[in-house]
Design a protein around this ligand. Structure first.
Ligand code: SF4
Length: 298
């Protein structure tokens, strides 16, 4: 951790308790036990003097104005721009991560030189003419305190809020955060526990629970599946995902199937072909899904 960061400069984290062996973080299903002076798996939640702090709070690593379709959200405030914010860190460890510079990065000395308040970000979003703020680029769950405060400030100024997430979150924090989020794109990385365990070092069920909770709150949900040849593109796995979505959510949920390109630690599959994605789209449409989009095809 950066030596310049003093606990007085940092935001105290929510969702943790002290144990004999350190702090137990209960924000996501990983439930890290964090000894004094260390960070959790996500690298942005630190046990300092036996209290948990969010190192990411106030220190975005990326800010851009994007078309909302780039999140991707194709059916929420279409043809508008969204003020997009990302920090460092992630609670998953996807071997195929397409954004590892941020997800596996950590807060550096530079990051503490400038603090950007939630109110300032919302003001900047309005000045830029955006109709929403998006929590995106890296996993926003790991900087949930910042996301919560920005979302509350956005609501005060009638600005919509968007979350792009892996959905790996405990139900308690999710019930506090989701009411302040208007729309989300949640990744479903591969419809089996084996896939999640082998390639993301996490599990599928909490992600499905988060999707269901968000949808049942009456929020706008879209789902993305990055299709990796030989790993999660089998007919059986795709059909199981479509059946679950049909039965537990709705045939009207917009689905995004996007092409994988070899990156980070997973290089053994070839890039996903457009034929493979088109075949999946056909299957989904046959099953009755009304909005199926394909992404990353060049
Ligand atoms: S949010 Fe981070 S520190 Fe907390 S349990 Fe998840 S990975 Fe561990």
């Amino acid at each position: 951790m950066n030596s310049k960061a003093k606990t007085t400069d940092l935001k105290k984290a929510k969702w943790w308790r002290q144990t004999e062996k350190g702090i137990l973080c209960s924000l996501c299903p990983r439930k890290c036990l964090i000894p004094e002076g260390k960070t959790g798996f996500c690298s942005v939640r630190a046990n300092l003097a036996n209290e948990l702090f969010s190192l990411a709070y106030g220190h975005p690593a990326a800010i851009h104005i994007d078309p909302i379709e780039k999140k991707p959200l194709n059916e929420f405030l279409p043809r508008t721009t969204t003020f997009s914010i990302g920090c460092y860190g992630c609670n998953l460890d996807c071997a195929f991560c397409q954004n590892y510079h941020l997800s596996r990065g950590s807060c550096s000395t530079e990051d503490f030189s400038q603090f950007i308040s939630p109110e300032k970000l919302v003001e900047d979003a309005l000045t830029a003419g955006c109709q929403s703020v998006a929590f995106t680029y890296n996993e926003p769950v790991v900087w949930a305190e910042y996301m919560l405060d920005i979302a509350a400030a956005a609501k005060d100024r009638k600005l919509a809020t968007v979350m792009v997430s892996n959905g790996y979150i405990e139900p308690g924090p999710a019930k506090e955060i989701f009411p302040l989020i208007d729309a989300a794109n949640i990744d479903m990385k591969g419809f089996s526990e084996k896939f999640y365990s082998k390639l993301t070092h996490s599990s599928l069920q909490p992600v499905l629970n988060a999707m269901k909770l968000f949808y049942e709150m009456g929020k706008h949900l879209e789902i993305t599946n990055l299709v990796i040849p030989g790993e999660n593109d089998g007919d059986e796995m795709i059909e199981a995902f479509l059946s679950w979505t049909k039965n537990e959510l709705s045939l009207k949920i917009p689905l995004h199937f996007s092409a994988y390109h070899p990156d980070y630690k997973y290089l053994k599959s070839p890039p996903t072909s457009s034929d493979c994605l088109r075949a999946i789209k056909k299957t989904a449409q046959k099953m009755g899904f009304t909005s199926v989009y394909l992404g990353n095809i060049f």
